[in-house]
Design a protein around this ligand. Sequence first.
Ligand code: ADP
Length: 606
Amino acid sequence: MARKKKAENKSEKKKLPLKRVVQNNLFMLKLIHKGAPFTILSMVLISVLEALTGFISGSYMLRFALNGINEGKSFSEIAGVLALSLIPIAVMMVVARWYWCRSYRMRMTRIKQYIFSRAYKKASEVDLSCYENPKYYDDLAKAIEECGNRAEAVNGSIEMLAYRIVNFSANFALLFAIDPLLLLFVLIPIAAVPIQKKINKVGYDKNMETTEENRRKDYSRRTFYLADYAKEMRLLDMPVFMLERFRASGERVVGIIKKYGFKMATLQYIMTECNEVIASLGAMAYAVWQTVGTGRMGFGDCLVVVNSIQNVAYSVTNSADTFLRFHDNALYIENLRKFFEYEEKIKGGDKPLPESGDIVLDGVSFKYDGASDYTLKNLSMRFGKNEKIAIVGHNGAGKSTLVKLLLRLYDAEGSITYGDEDIKDFDLTEYRDIFASVMQDFHIFSLSASENVLLRPMREGDEKTVAEAIEKSGLKEKIESFPRGVDTMMTKEFDKDGEVLSGGQAQKLAISYVYSRENRFVILDEPSSALDPIAEYEMYERMTEACNDCGMIFISHRLSSAVIADRIYLMENGEIIETGTHASLMEKNGRYAEMFRKQAQNYAEV
Ligand code: ADP
């Protein structure tokens, strides 16, 4: 176990090849460009101008003023030039502030909006099986969490690189103009680059270990405020448990810092020694000697050397850090890229859908990824275009799995046809659109009642559709009792006047969706479990009337509802064990009849 964990950690620490680092950063740059064109260009331009302004207002003007004094120029001459140079510098500073605080932030918002929209769209398209694979789910969560941050990080790295290149070049040129021999001192920080690389490597290892731990901390943190965990956190001992885990993760982070701290401090000390002591003091001593000893260097130049050599040393040593950031970015982008480039296994074709038709299963078997056994075995069934079909059976028999196959959320072995054509040949969205399905684990959205009925934005003329749907589902009275009627929000999350429906009412609202649209097939996968048996029976009866022109497939473990079906399939362990109408199955006196009598007896006793 411990060995496995170690191996996993090792693989997480794996470095990406340079080609992949470049590709991943380019991938993000393309997204950034699509989100807000010319952001990189404008950002680089501003950074270059800022670096130049910094150089002119710092080193260059300093040199001019001091050399001017040395050469005996008048105060007004020097002050005039300084004042004149202040105008473009001030303009540049205003432009830069405006850019970073307004334009850049607006652009960044659009970029994040664009990347998140693409990620959410993709998340809604990937195969359902991905959500059942913990590794994939973890990667997906990481990719989505990181997409906004990484866009900003890539921008930051580019901005930093542009700034440093200009800053380095300008100071380098200035030193060269003053005395080419000064460049020898620049070689010292360049020679120290391997130490900087070592610092980066230690920093990277530390980051990787900390990131892993922070993810654990993050999980514990989320359990305290996400609604999904709210009940367990109040009723059980989970807060104590999670706080313990949170604290333990924090302690482990402290341990990691301790582990790398000494190494990091030593390396950074050597680095500082090379740059600030040897390079800077060396250049300073040389400049002082040239100024005072030989008189070949002006007083101004001497001060500029002291000022610029530090800039140059800093730029050299930190350029390695900038490149490391690109590598870091690439690691995170890798997840996002894999996610965006994931190819769905469930794909559609381009055959036009027939006007109508039956759905026929022939020898259909299905096994979930990673499962040892088949969940569905050799099913042959027919769902007629106008038939009302009940699928009944105990929990775990495979009823919901069958529905998922009909909706093409998974593909199975054997053949499933609609109107005699393989369902894989139809466009996926068009094919799925022939069904109106309501599942056991339906959700009520934080939207108005109307929007929850339609499950799409309201359009002109929808008021009548919504009113009829709500009436048919038996929710009219309840919705009309709300002051804002169908415009009432169905949660209190964004509106204190929102309403919260009971389990049974919520199911009726979910079922209203079926009544709001034209359907070829209606699938009801036990959305009625919170209704009492009589209400459930009435609901199915009403639905049967409404589905005059369409097929209906309903799943229930209550056999009393199956009575109205044209045909009943009884499932057990992934197989159809009995088929027929209620009357014929009762006459057969097999499993169905036995189950029916048992349930009827239970109700009679109640
Ligand atoms: P039913 O709807 O009849 O209660 P299901 O179709 O939900 O039955 O489940 C049938 C079997 O398939 C069960 O043993 C269940 O544990 C298994 N199963 C359901 N969903 C998955 C899944 N996503 N991955 C693996 N096994 C699953």
